[in-house]
Design a protein around this ligand. Structure first.
Ligand SMILES: NC(=O)c1ccc[n+]([C@@H]2O[C@H](COP(=O)([O-])OP(=O)(O)OC[C@H]3O[C@@H](n4cnc5c(N)ncnc54)[C@H](O)[C@@H]3O)[C@@H](O)[C@H]2O)c1
Length: 360
């Protein structure tokens, strides 16, 4: 049983808090914090939580509750100071949202703090627990597509939203192998000032240390597999091997040609995202977090080290595009410029395609 103090009751933060409340055999929610007191009171009333558990100030919450786990769900600009508070208050576990940061320096500082202080930290790339992605991984692990040669991923939403998810799924499908180099293209200024700042479209290619090639696309020019209204769930991960290939979508569908399918395409529509997100993906993500907290050997598949490498790859795509060169990894965060500022200064205006998502 792990005590948890949670910060953030936006749409996404509620999903995290809900699971901590529901999984009372693994977690005990001891504190809840949001700057918005109306949200706090409404949530507490809905869940029957005691008013003594509610805080508007996070430092006070952590000092009073001394939780095992600090979970925070905030906009991307609010990250490092909260990780510093986690260190100050000696938590054992930390749960935060993607994208893990808005700069490589911040992402590295967070990762380093967790490593140096023995904090088990997870970044919420929970699509791994969807049945479609689980099926993809199971077929790969069973050798059903032979040796992995190439992995592709595409998302209609831009890099800071779904790129941070799907680069992580590429790493996961490739069993955590690190990228050696990255090349990339980026364009479009529309989202550079967004809460999730990134170019409108990004295209990248990486070689991993096990020889596998990765190709990724994020933004409206990427291939689309769903109606245009499905911006956030129009994502696909595909793994090609020596003996077949398998693909998985966020909305439950998967398909494959495998050794055993003898030339036939197998697959299923699966349960849609709306039925899996809170009922399946979130609880399984939290269960694995509790398991890791209980047992050092059960390292969470969404651990911060993997997330940091994903962040490095996203950053490298942008650096490569802006400087027209191959970028070798690992990056030296101290030697990296603020690539968002570079893009804001130098990327030309780009007319949006009809149907492109509005800036939010
Ligand atoms: N993993 C996923 O599937 C998924 C899905 C949606 C959103 N997200 C991510 O979740 C994150 C949050 O999204 P959201 O839509 O819930 O954001 P939001 O802005 O709606 O909610 C953030 C909440 O945090 C509170 N807050 C911020 N700073 C605080 C502080 N210092 N002290 C106390 N409260 C504070 C705000 O008052 C707000 O209620 C984003 O990074 C987003 O990308 C992830």
């Amino acid at each position: 049983m792990h005590t948890v103090a949670h910060l953030g009751l936006g749409n996404r933060g509620r999903a995290h808090a809900d699971v901590f409340v529901r999984m009372s055999d693994r977690f005990r929610l001891v504190g809840l914090c949001d700057l918005d007191r109306a949200k706090l009171r409404a949530y507490a009333a809905e869940k029957g939580l005691a008013s003594e558990m509610l805080y508007a100030d996070v430092d006070t919450m952590l000092a009073k509750t001394r939780p095992d786990v600090f979970s925070f769900t905030t906009q991307p600009a609010v990250r490092l100071p909260l990780v510093e508070l986690a260190v100050k208050h000696g938590v054992k576990g930390l749960a935060l949202e993607k994208p893990m940061a808005t700069s490589i320096q911040e992402a590295w500082a967070m990762t380093k703090l967790c490593r140096e202080n023995g904090i088990k930290a997870v970044v919420s790339t929970q699509h791994k627990y969807l049945t479609s992605l689980q099926q993809l991984k199971a077929l790969c692990d069973a050798g059903e597509i032979g040796q992995i040669l190439q992995i592709t991923t595409s998302s209609q939403a831009w890099m800071a939203h779904l790129g941070s998810h799907y680069v992580d799924y590429m790493l996961w499908a490739n069993n955590g192998a690190r990228a050696k180099w990255v090349v990339g293209h980026v364009h479009g200024r529309a989202y550079l000032q967004d809460s999730h700042p990134a170019p409108e479209y990004a295209l990248g290619h990486a070689e991993f240390e096990n020889g596998v090639r990765g190709f990724f696309q994020w933004g409206k020019l990427a291939p689309s597999y769903m109606p245009p209204t499905s911006l956030w769930i129009d994502n696909r991960l595909t793994v090609y091997g020596t003996h077949g290939h398998v693909w998985a979508d966020t909305n439950g569908r998967w398909g494959a040609f495998t050794k055993s399918s003898n030339g036939a395409c197998i697959g299923e529509e699966g349960e849609p995202w709306s039925r899996q997100a809170d009922q399946r993906a979130q609880p399984l993500y939290a269960r694995d977090f509790a398991d890791w907290l209980d047992d050092d050997a059960k390292i969470h598949p969404c651990n911060i080290d993997l997330a940091y490498h994903g962040h490095e790859i996203l950053e490298a795509v942008c650096i490569s595009a802006m400087h027209q060169k191959r970028v070798d990894l690992p990056l030296d965060p101290d030697a990296c410029e603020d690539i968002l500022s570079v893009m804001r200064e130098h990327l030309p205006d780009c007319p949006q395609r009809p149907g492109a998502a509005p800036a939010v």
